[in-house]
Design a protein around this ligand. Sequence first.
Ligand SMILES: [Fe+2]
Ligand SMILES: [Fe+2]
Length: 295
Amino acid sequence: MDNLIIRAKIRQNLKNVGTLPSIVSNLIKVLNNPRSSARDIARVISMDPGLSARLLRLVNSAYYGFRTEVLDVQKAVGLVGFNVIRSFTFCVTVFDSLFNLQGLPGFNKEDFWTHSFGSGVVARSIASMLRMGNPEDYFIAGLLHDIGKVFILQFFNTSFLKIAQSTVKEDISFIQAERQVMGNLDHTLIGRWAMEEWGLPELLNRSVQFHHDPYQDEKFYSFVRIVTLADNYCKEKRIGFGGDQILSHQYETLSREVGLTPAVKDRIQQQVQQEIVMYSKLIFNNKKNRITVNG
Ligand SMILES: [Fe+2]
Ligand SMILES: [Fe+2]
């Protein structure tokens, strides 16, 4: 397939489908404005009743443990803070469209969500541990790192099926299979294009593009490598399933670089499990919950 044709097709589809809901773009604008108040943010969230309801459920959950019940969105925004609101919005909206897609053999949506969400939580935990920048940026980067796969599933259904089959038959990684089936094109590049269409910051675009080889990105290396670590951590600990469980040959070196020892890994695992249980309830509402943490 010709990259230009694929890119044009994806761009067109992104415009038609609007995979990133407009509420997220509106919220990013408001959150990026230093003069915005909790009231401005609450106003945007309140336009989406589903989002508002889920925010209230999150704030009133045992996870936060506030003593009195929070009943209005503005108060909820004030309590959890702008950064958590941003992560929360990405989390509950980006994957909504995924769950409307038809399933395919070899691809389980819940497992894919768990892999993505788990990578976000792990990236945030490592960033907090190392005191690197805003941990919520790492969460969003981890959450979105494999988003390109959703577009392959959505727009190139037949290719997706072939890729999934090749990973099993030939025992190769998902990205290797993608390049074989799609002529050197893979989810990292498609994901980057989608991020550009959404107007997300370059830091996030780069982490999506280079998460399989952070050494390629000199400028944002210290950020991107955390996403690579989180992705591999989830594969190692069998947190969900993102297409394959093959660990990168860079995993060990990267773990050493940041001090991700077995003891630290165990500590992170508790946090991930807790958050997956909490958020999967919000995401899947009353749908049958098939989330497994180790499996
Ligand atoms: Fe990936
Ligand atoms: Fe991944």
